[in-house]
Design a protein around this ligand. Structure first.
Ligand code: ADP
Ligand code: MG
Length: 677
């Protein structure tokens, strides 16, 4: 299919063994790879500015002619300066070039050129230092590529030209003709030509559309194919047992969303292929009660449930909660984490294997090869995107193709969720339990820190507890307050009359748990913490939170953090402090004062920071995209998904001749991903 394009770059005129080695550093091995090494951005020379009006000190594009070349000057040994006078008839300027004599020699008096660079001087004597110079008949839009040492921008452009020319009459078209037609896409040849050398911004748009579509279609196909593979397998079908006892034993009335989500699960688990469901609910929406309901249903059917949480603290807490909900009903719950003594761990594991326990809560220790279950029917993961792909796969591989339930507070737009989790079903918890009040949120500068502390004192005097969150202790930035010294400072200073505890990622699991227990038991008034309190920690009496260096966090993360307060009936407050109050930062943080809707906030985040922030770098386990940006290309994403479904409906394995090209793309994308991990 790829034909010529599969040849090594060395095959191109102008690329020798040395250069092809350098190209490898850019991930470019073949001509195809080179063509898919897309520009980072473009210099558009279609509308040059006039010299008279061009602003100083910012990048401008000018067009004019060389009037006169001045004699070269030697500033000192090894530093030669070349100057030329340049005009566009609105004003003159001086081109200044250091050392690059060849560039200067190429300039011809009377000829027209484009200059790209920064103007300096003043409105009367303008200078442009070491500009990029293009002849007036150059391509009007110039690509700018990511480089590696040893390859210059111009060399790369030259090699790209050669590669594009070599495309010539050769037509590579991986998409079926009907898809190209229905989606109104340009041909791939056109797209490749124009992504590198667009005539103008419109042709660039066409090219980009096509390439983004290809990439997202490939991704969607791959994810759907993976999903359908898991549907082929038989699961653990369960019978229609009633869980009314569970409902009546709960200390509260479930919200409608919670009830619906539990019913969704019960329905799914009676099918003969495994459930694959995401329960998505804002912080505090009560996902654990849903998980417990599903686990109880599995129990009634004689199956074990495993619940995996990303941290020990969370695992410990889920354990407590599930025990509280389920033990009165005769369900045996156990906690299995890495910090158990080896002896204890062995015992717990053998009891699990013997079927002594019905619900097993744990961290990644759960998924170790040595953990054996007995009739594992349901696997629940909390905040799944924090787990590596391998861990997920391992746990999913346990038991006999168990049902899967994922809980997430990360309000991922549905389209993205489909990509990340495959074609799973989603239950959304829209409402919060009754009586919750939104967390009043203020963004302030460090100047108001004392007042914020005063606020905290008021709360404590009323019997509430407080969180103070600082960026991670792992951060080595010296300007970040180290959380340890911070805790010391305030516990000896402003909060000396109160009980202050410290929680951070470097503590042993044991110490972490102790601190958490103390805080829960109200033996501490203030918990100074890194972001380990981010997800799930549940202390309803905590009603005020201060977040230091709030500008270091994404909005969604801040929203998750503040979700640690406002979980009881008390009015709650969150104060975001920043010592870096730029206009942009303040605007960003203000979004949190206005909105309490995690979904809306995540959309803002998506706009401001891109999707990477949601999932940490690549923790979502999706292959890396070359050109698609899932925050910007949502519309294409939807189209690609629809198209993928249509294609697979008629040809599930992409076996048909016209879909061969697509299959090649899917294999390539997912293989490459495995290689990179
Ligand atoms: P999250 O969705 O953030 O994981 P949790 O499951 O931790 O939320 O629940 C948050 C708190 O709300 C817990 O203390 C839980 O017991 C309580 N809760 C859950 N559902 C309800 C409900 N329907 N009514 C009142 N409180 C509830
Ligand atoms: Mg939770």
């Amino acid at each position: 299919m790829l034909g010529e394009l599969a040849k090594p770059v060395m095959y191109l005129t102008g690329v020798g063994p040395k250069k092809s080695e350098l190209y490898e550093k850019l991930g470019v091995k073949t001509v195809y790879d080179l063509l898919y090494h897309f520009p980072r951005y473009y210099i558009d020379m279609n509308e040059p500015q006039v010299i008279r009006d061009a602003p100083l000190n910012e990048q401008v594009v000018l067009k004019g002619r060389v009037v006169r070349k001045l004699p070269e000057g030697n500033i000192r040994r090894g530093l030669t300066v070349y100057k030329a006078i340049f005009t566009d008839d609105t004003a003159d300027l001086t081109i200044v070039i250091y050392n690059a004599g060849f560039m200067f020699k190429a300039l011809e008096v009377g000829h027209e050129y484009f200059l790209v660079g920064k103007l300096t001087g003043n409105m009367i004597r303008r200078e442009i230092n070491s500009p990029q110079i293009y002849p007036a008949d150059a391509e009007p839009v110039q690509p700018v590529y990511r480089l590696t040492e040893g390859i210059t921008q111009n060399q790369l452009r030259l090699n790209m030209r050669t590669a594009l020319d070599s495309l010539g009459g050769f037509i590579y078209e991986p998409l079926p003709a009907d898809v190209v037609r229905e989606q109104g896409l340009c041909s791939l040849n056109y797209a490749l030509q124009n992504i590198h050398y667009p005539t103008d911004m419109h042709t660039l748009e066409l090219a980009k559309n096509r390439l983004v579509f290809d990439e997202l279609l490939t991704l969607a196909l791959g994810m759907l194919m993976m999903k359908s593979r898991s549907r082929e397998k038989a699961g653990c079908p369960m019978g229609a047992e009633s869980i009314d006892e569970y409902y009546s034993a709960l200390p509260f009335e479930l919200t409608n969303g919670q009830k619906d989500a539990i019913n969704d699960c019960i329905c799914d688990m009676q099918k003969d292929y495994p459930m694959n469901r995401l329960v998505q609910g804002d912080v505090g929406s009560g996902k654990t009660a849903v998980a417990a309901g599903a686990a109880y249903f599995a129990y009634k059917n004689g199956f074990q449930t495993a619940l995996m949480a990303p941290t020990e603290i969370l695992a410990g807490q889920h354990y407590e909660t599930l025990k509280g909900f389920l033990e009165p009903l005769g369900v045996k719950v156990v906690l299995l984490t890495g910090s158990l003594t080896p002896k204890k761990k062995e015992k717990v594991k053998s009891d699990i294997a013997a079927g002594e326990y019905h619900v097993i809560v744990g961290t990644h220790a759960l998924v170790q090869a040595s953990t054996e279950f007995r009739r594992l029917g349901l696997v629940i993961t909390d905040e799944q995107h924090r787990f590596g792909v391998e861990q997920r796969a391992l746990l999913a591989g346990k038991g006999d193709n168990p049902h899967k339930l994922v809980m997430s507070a990360t309000p991922i737009p549905r389209t993205l969720a489909l990509m990340i989790y495959g074609d799973l079903d989603i239950s959304v918890l829209k409402e919060l339990p009754k009586g919750r009040q939104p967390v009043e949120t203020y963004a302030v500068t460090g100047k108001l820190r004392e007042r914020a502390f005063g606020y905290v004192k008021q709360y404590i005097e009323e019997g509430r507890q407080a969180y103070i969150v600082c960026p991670m202790i792992e951060e080595s930035d010296s300007d970040l307050r180290d959380v340890k010294s911070y805790a010391k400072e305030i516990s000896e200073g402003v909060f000396s009359e109160y009980r202050v505890g410290l929680l951070h990622g470097r503590l042993s699991a044991d110490s972490k748990e102790k601190v958490m227990k103390k805080f829960k038991a109200h033996e501490l008034d203030i918990l100074v913490s890194t972001t380990v309190v981010e997800v799930g920690v549940d202390v309803p009496n905590a009603a005020v939170m201060i977040i230091e260096n709030a500008d270091r966090f994404g909005l969604s993360q801040l929203h998750q953090l503040r979700g640690r307060v406002g979980r009881g009936e008390h009015k709650s407050t969150c104060i975001l402090i920043t010592d870096n109050p730029t206009e942009e930062v303040v605007q960003r943080l203000k979004i949190l004062s206005k909105s309490h809707d995690g979904f809306e906030i995540s959309q803002e985040d998506l706009k401001l920071r891109g999707p990477g922030d949601f999932f940490g770098s690549r923790q979502h386990g999706l292959p890396k995209m070359k050109i698609a940006d899932m925050s910007q290309d949502m519309e294409i994403l939807v189209k690609a998904q629809e198209t993928a479904k249509e294609i697979l409906c008629k040809d599930p394995q992409l076996d048909k001749g016209k879909n061969r090209g697509l299959r090649e793309l899917v294999e390539q994308l997912f293989e490459q991903d495995i290689a990179n991990d």
